[in-house]
Design a protein around this ligand. Structure first.
Ligand code: ADP
Length: 538
């Protein structure tokens, strides 16, 4: 854009220079034209002056009477249309004769009181030489000028002859026609005030003037010529204006387009930044989704693996008691069986039926809990009694005599009551007790409760069994988790017990956790809602 502006500047300057040169040569040409025209006008005026001098001489010689004056003046004016009339004025400036009469009747007898003509006439009389007037408004209503010729006989002043010129006619008849094609001619006074000018409505520059004559007071009447058509200055101005407009428009456009470009870039950059940010966020989201998917996949695989293990286990758990039930039941058909053997077979069928029922109950319980269909039946009961009852039951069915079953030290003078679901609390304790039993070969299993931080009652089941390493403390509560697959010893189970236990504890408004180390036994702690300690006496 700046390049374009620079180009326009150089181009404009070039044109201005060319125009100045053309202007100068044009002015020279006009000057020579006008000088020729002015010269011819001056010559013509001089010719008229000479003729009027002749008439003045004849007047002085008394050879120019009224008739002869009329005849000669009229025919002279007819041949010289730039003149309005020729007048004879007596020594008192009274107009005695004017020719041609037509159109000039009203001036006969009038005393000339026009200041300008009178000034020239007085000067002419005084100096005894012809004098021109300044331009004036003639009595006929035309801008005019006049020449005064003093008439003397010897020293006697006889009067003056005057020739009145119409400015319009001077231009019309004395300026050559070919000049009028290119110029508008006119007459100005010395102050460049227009005396008369040809009519023209176009542009007329430049104007050049040339003197025609000098009046007695040294002021001049000028012939002016103005060239028609577009002048040089106009072109220059036009080009300058065009250039300035071009420059301003160009700069405005340049600033505007620059601005638009900057704003567009800024917007694009912002949009790009925004997009980048969005992409980064999306990326992050995808990463997270990927991680979640990965996690979900791993979980699904894990669940699948666990489910397979569970199915294998469950089928084994079901098959084993069922085999026993079917086997011993068919053996019972033998009529030769002693009563003792028969009883042991029946016991076995019963115990296997029992464990089958337990397994099926576990599965049903878990399904119910997960489907949120397990309803609690709350009632008030004594925890101490429940623990004692369980101890009795377990002691009764105990096979391993190396494990001592005991109740933990209770809180002195207090007994524990609960408003809760007794059946479910019993199930929790049985599960924990069964596990302790299952994983303890020697030592003891203790069931009890204590007051933690003087504030919360915590129930527990403690054993001196194989223990659980810390990394599995959370995992064992997940369903289908069985840890001792590789421990060398076979522990029967479905991996459902602790999952059900945890869910039941939570349903009863508590939480469950454990302390355990391999080889050092395990203690499972849990809390419950609705526990109260009452004085034993009450
Ligand atoms: P299972 O039917 O296999 O006993 P659980 O959910 O009751 O299933 O227990 C999950 C796992 O936690 C068990 O397989 C066992 O490895 C471990 N476990 C639970 N209780 C004890 C305990 N008292 N001592 C040692 N290990 C235990």
């Amino acid at each position: 854009m700046l390049l374009l502006a620079g180009f326009i500047l150089v181009f404009g300057l070039l044109i201005v220079l060319i125009q100045i040169r053309i202007d100068r040569s044009l002015k020279r040409e006009i000057r020579s034209d006008i000088d020729v025209a002015a010269k011819s006008v001056r010559l013509r005026l001089k010719g008229n002056e000479d003729y009027l001098l002749l008439m003045a001489k004849d007047r002085a010689d008394n050879t120019l009477d009224h008739n002869q004056f009329q005849l000669r003046a009229s025919s002279y004016v007819a041949d010289h249309p730039e003149m309005i009339n020729i007048t004879w004025v007596d020594s008192s400036f009274n107009i005695l004769d004017v020719a041609p009469i037509a159109g000039n009747k009203q001036i006969i007898g009038l005393r000339l009181d026009l200041t300008e003509p009178k000034k020239a006439a007085t000067q002419a009389k005084k100096l005894r030489i012809p004098q021109y007037t300044k331009a004036f408004e003639a009595i006929q209503g035309n801008p005019s000028f006049e020449i005064w010729i003093p008439v003397f006989k010897g020293d006697k002043f006889l009067g003056l002859l005057s020739g009145v010129y119409s400015c319009e006619k001077v231009i019309r008849f004395l300026v050559p026609d070919q000049m009028k094609v290119r110029y508008r001619a006119g007459i100005d006074d010395e102050n460049s005030e227009v005396v008369w000018r040809e009519k023209y409505n176009g542009s007329i520059i430049p104007e050049i003037e040339s003197e025609i004559f000098i009046t007695p007071d040294e002021s001049r009447l000028m012939l002016t010529f103005t060239r028609l058509g577009w002048g040089v200055i106009d072109w220059t101005l036009l080009i300058l204006v065009l250039f300035c407009v071009g420059l301003v428009v160009g700069m405005a456009y340049s600033i505007w387009s620059n601005n638009v470009e900057v704003r567009r870039r800024f917007k694009t950059e912002k949009e790009l930044q925004k997009q980048n940010l969005e992409f980064a966020l999306l990326n992050e989201e995808y990463k997270n989704q990927n991680l979640e998917l990965q996690h979900a996949k791993e979980k699904a695989e894990d669940a699948d693996r666990l489910k397979s293990a569970f199915l294998a286990n469950v089928s084994h758990e079901i098959r084993t008691p069922l085999n026993s039930i079917v086997g011993f039941s068919s053996l019972l058909n033998d009529p030769h069986l002693s009563a003792e053997v028969k009883k042991s077979y029946i016991d076995l069928v019963e115990s296997n039926t029992e464990s089958l029922l337990v397994l099926i109950d576990d599965i049903i319980d878990l399904s119910k809990i997960e489907a949120q269909q397990l309803t609690l039946k709350k009632q008030e009961f004594s925890i101490d009694e429940l623990i004692s009852e369980l101890l009795l039951t377990f002691n009764h069915g105990k096979i391993n005599s190396q494990v001592d079953l005991r109740i933990g030290q209770s809180i002195v003078g207090k007994s524990l009551f609960a408003v809760s679901d007794r059946v479910r609390l019993r199930q929790i304790l049985i599960n924990l007790f069964s596990n302790a039993f299952k994983y303890t070969d020697s030592g003891f299993i203790e069931m009890g409760y204590f007051l933690y931080d003087n504030n919360e009652i915590v129930l527990y089941v403690k054993d001196t069994g194989i223990g659980i390493s810390k990394e599995y403390h959370q995992v064992i509560f997940h369903r289908f988790r069985k840890l001792n697959e590789n421990s060398g010893k076979i522990f029967r189970g479905t991996g459902l017990g602790l999952a059900i236990t945890q869910k039941l504890v939570e349903l009863l408004g508590g939480k469950i956790w454990l302390e355990s180390e391999p080889g050092k036994g395990s203690t499972f702690y849990f809390t419950l809602d609705g526990l109260t300690l009452n004085d034993i006496s009450s």
